[in-house]
Write a protein that binds this ligand. Structure first.
Ligand code: ATP
Ligand code: MG
Length: 397
C-alpha cells in the first residue's frame, strides 16, 4: 500500500471499530493499482456525518450536506464521505438530491467509470463490483451502467472520459464512446469552469493526442467554448511529436498558438474559457514570444520582457512547431542579461529629478524606459553616472 494509505489506516480502523464500514475509493484506488502516484485519499463510509463526528474529536465540516467530513489526525486531514445515492439530475449537471445510504454497492454504482468504482479495504483487499480491475488491465474507460443514462445525469462525465483517455492513455469502450457521440450537445449545460478543468487535465495528460482524437471523433469539441471554429487547429495538434506540457498556462499558450490567435484574439479565447487573469497575462507574453523564437534570433529585449519562466514555456512550444533553440542555452542567454527588471536599473525616477534636474511628469517614465532598453541591449553600462549623463542628453532633445 502507498504511504498515504498506510497513514490513513488507523482512521479507517477506528471507523470499523465503531461498527461501520470504511473504504478507500475513487482515483486513489485506481492510481494505486496502476502504480501511479496518488494525490488525494478519499474514504467512503457507511457512517453518517454525525456518526463520524462522534467517533472523532477533531473534524471539519468540509461538505457536510453532501456527506463529507474531514477527519484531522496527526496533522493530516482525511476526507470521508458517507455512502450516498444521487437522484434527480434535471439539468444534466448536478443531482437534485443526495441520499445517504448504508450500502457500498449503491455508492459505487453512482460513480462514473468502472475504473473509478473500485473500493479498497484498509488491509488492501479490493472490492470490484463492476469489473473495474479488468478494465484497468485492459486500459479501458467504461461507464458504470448505461452510458446514455449516465451522460444524461451528468454531462461533465463525457469530458471526464476523454480526460482520462489522455491522462491514463486508455481507450474509451465502444458503447461509452457512442454514448458521448450521441449526447455531446449536453456539454453546453455544464459550467465553463468545470469543462475547463477537464480540458486542462486532458492537455496535461500522458497521451494528449489520444484525448484530442476522442474530443474530435465524438464532436464534443463543438460544444466547448469557441472550439467549434478550430477543428483544423485541433487536428494539427495530433501531428506534433510526443509532447508534455507542465502548466495550465502552457495549455492555453499551445492552443492559442496552434489556432493562430494573436493579441486581442487570445484575450477573447481565454475569456470565453474563464481562465484567471494571471493565466491570460502569461499566455499573452508566451504567445508573442513563440514566433521570434521559431525564427531563431530572439532579441535581448524579447528575452527580458518575456521573463525566464515564460521564456522556457514559449521555447517549448516553438520547438514543438520546429524551432531549434535549445532551452538551457536560451535560459543561459537570459541569465546573462545585465538586468532582469526595471528595479535593477542603477537609476530611478527620484534620482532623475534630483540629480538631473528633471521636472516631474511623463518624460521621466519615457527616459527610464529608454535607459532600460539601452542597458538590456548592452549599449550602456548599468552605472548611475553614465545613466545620468545619458538622461540629460535625452532630456535636451
Ligand atoms: P483525479 O485523479 O483527477 O483526482 P478522480 O477519479 O479522483 O481523479 P475526482 O474528481 O477526484 O476524480 O473524483 C473522485 C471520484 O468520485 C471519482 O473517482 C469517481 O468515482 C467519483 N466521481 C467524480 N466525479 C464524478 C461524476 N461527475 N460522476 C460520477 N462520479 C464521479
Ligand atoms: Mg481525486
Amino acid at each position: 500500500l502507498p504511504q498515504e494509505f498506510e497513514q490513513a489506516r488507523p482512521v479507517m480502523q477506528q471507523i470499523e471499530a465503531a461498527g461501520f464500514e470504511a473504504y478507500f475509493v475513487g482515483g486513489s484506488v485506481r492510481d494505486t493499482i496502476l502504480n501511479k502516484p496518488i494525490h488525494d485519499v478519499d474514504i467512503a463510509t457507511s457512517a453518517y456525518p454525525e456518526e463520524i463526528k462522534q467517533i472523532f474529536h477533531r473534524t471539519v465540516d468540509t461538505g457536510i450536506e453532501h456527506g463529507t467530513v474531514m477527519i484531522l489526525d496527526h496533522g493530516k486531514g482525511y476526507e470521508t464521505t458517507t455512502f450516498r445515492t444521487e437522484s434527480g439530475y434535471q439539468d444534466f449537471r448536478r443531482p437534485d438530491e443526495v441520499t445517504f445510504v448504508r450500502s457500498l454497492q449503491e455508492d459505487l454504482q453512482r460513480r462514473d467509470f468502472t475504473i473509478n468504482a473500485l473500493a479498497m479495504k484498509e488491509d488492501g483487499t479490493v472490492i470490484d463490483l463492476f469489473n473495474g480491475l479488468k478494465d484497468l488491465k485492459a486500459g479501458m474507460i467504461r461507464a458504470v451502467g448505461t452510458p446514455q443514462e449516465r451522460f444524461h445525469e451528468d454531462a461533465l462525465r463525457m469530458m471526464r472520459a476523454i480526460r482520462f483517455a489522455s491522462q491514463l492513455d486508455f481507450k474509451i469502450e465502444k458503447k461509452t464512446l457512442a454514448g458521448i457521440q450521441e449526447n455531446a450537445a449536453l456539454l453546453s449545460k455544464i459550467a465553463v469552469e468545470r469543462t475547463r478543468v477537464e480540458l486542462e487535465k486532458l492537455l496535461l495528460g500522458e497521451n494528449p493526442a489520444n484525448g484530442i482524437s476522442a474530443l474530435i471523433e465524438t464532436n464534443l469539441y463543438e460544444y466547448c467554448p469557441m472550439l467549434a471554429h478550430f477543428k483544423s487547429g485541433l487536428t494539427q495538434l495530433l501531428a506534433l511529436n510526443d509532447w508534455h506540457l507542465s502548466s495550465e498556462t502552457e495549455v492555453w499558450s499551445l492552443l492559442s498558438y496552434a489556432f493562430f490567435l494573436q493579441g486581442k484574439q487570445v484575450t477573447t479565447f481565454l475569456k470565453a474559457w474563464k481562465t484567471s487573469n494571471q493565466v491570460l497575462e502569461d499566455t499573452q507574453a508566451i504567445v508573442s514570444a513563440v514566433s521570434p523564437l521559431l525564427e531563431g534570433e530572439p532579441s535581448k529585449l524579447l528575452l527580458y520582457h518575456t521573463g525566464r519562466e515564460r521564456l522556457a514555456s514559449a521555447n517549448k512550444i516553438a520547438n514543438l512547431f520546429g524551432g531549434e533553440i535549445d532551452t538551457p542555452e536560451l535560459l543561459e542567454q537570459y541569465d546573462q542579461l545585465p538586468i532582469k527588471s526595471k528595479k535593477q536599473l542603477a537609476i530611478n525616477g527620484g534620482q532623475l529629478m534630483k540629480q538631473a534636474n528633471l521636472t516631474p511628469g511623463p518624460m521621466i517614465g519615457t527616459i527610464l524606459t529608454q535607459l532600460e532598453t539601452a542597458v538590456v541591449n548592452g549599449e550602456m553600462e548599468n552605472k548611475l553616472e553614465s545613466l545620468l549623463e545619458e538622461a540629460k542628453n535625452i532630456a535636451k532633445v
